[in-house]
Write a protein that binds this ligand. Structure first.
Ligand code: ZN
Length: 292
């Protein structure tokens, strides 16, 4: 009798281990939470209700937008929902994602509305980080490739949470999307959100994840990339110290490094990027600080 019980328990444990990943990929989030993330502007997020797609968890749908895989989740209503990152370069108006379930394709539309982003003029003491020497340019291009590749990572597990925790406690400074001029020269818009916090402030993972890249880069300084799952990637840069290694799994809230002033900066702060389907989107959306 005892032996049978132990065997049954072993089988149960083995079965639980087997189906655990399935449960992990079938996290549900409340429809109300998902609604707060729906900010369909360039640099924003569209929550697309996949009505008409079979709600069965047996065959989860997959989706693509601009030919990149998209985060799919289930709302507590049992419906599949796509959480789509909209790049700053996206056209306004009707856009669509392609959804595939059980070999059946369908298109699901959403509307991108306009948002005006402010301009910012930044003065740097030297032109080192504005007019790059051939050596610095070559270094930047090598480092860009590594970081571009990190944003392409798409792992099957669902993020532990879609409403993210603030990585540091402190006031927001430069918002996402600012059109920036460095020493009067136009450069790429601000791809993340800045927090005005001093050097040494611990940076905490805003959701569970896996460290996929760390480095010390020309523009970004000491940098950590975290894969939260399904193409949701966080990047933290200008750190003074990095406390994690590539491949390391992080629990929600785990300290991954300390704030610093490395790379192209005018002073200590945390710069945080959030990426969905390889589109950098406004992190403020995920911490309920978005201004339309
Ligand atoms: Zn920044």
């Amino acid at each position: 009798m005892h032996v049978i019980k132990v065997r049954a328990l072993c089988l149960l444990v083995a079965f639980a281990a087997l189906i655990a990943p399935m449960f992990a990929s079938a996290n549900t989030f409340s429809a109300a939470q998902l609604k707060t993330l729906n900010q369909p502007v360039p640099g924003g997020v569209a929550i697309v209700d996949l009505s008409g797609v079979n709600p069965s968890t047996q065959s989860p749908p997959t989706a693509r937008y601009l030919d990149k895989p998209v985060l799919i989740t289930r709302s507590d209503s049992g419906r599949w929902m796509a959480v789509v990152g909209i790049p700053l370069s996206a056209s306004l108006g009707s856009q669509s994602i392609e959804v595939v379930q059980g070999g059946k394709k369908s298109m699901h539309a959403f509307t991108v509305r306009d948002k005006k982003y402010r301009e910012q003029r930044i003065t740097l003491k030297t032109n080192k980080h504005v007019d790059l020497s051939p050596e610095d340019l070559a270094r930047y291009e090598r480092e860009k490739k590594l970081q571009d590749d990190a944003y392409q990572v798409f792992s099957p597990q669902q993020p532990s949470n879609l409403l993210l925790d603030r990585p540091v406690k402190g006031p927001l400074s430069s918002p996402f999307g600012l059109k920036r001029f460095f020493n009067d020269q136009p450069r790429a818009p601000h791809s993340g959100l800045d927090f005005a916090v001093p050097t040494g402030t611990p940076v905490q993972a805003p959701a569970a994840g896996r460290v996929i890249l760390v480095g010390d880069y020309f523009f970004n300084g000491k940098t950590v990339f975290v894969d939260h799952g399904q193409g949701m990637i966080s990047m933290f840069c200008h750190l003074s110290t990095i406390d994690v290694k590539p491949g390391e799994r992080l629990v929600r809230g785990q300290v991954l490094g300390k704030v610093g002033a490395t790379g192209r900066v005018t002073g200590a702060h945390l710069h945080w990027n959030v990426s969905l389907n390889d589109a950098r989107v406004d992190p403020a959306i995920f911490i309920s600080m978005f201004t339309p």
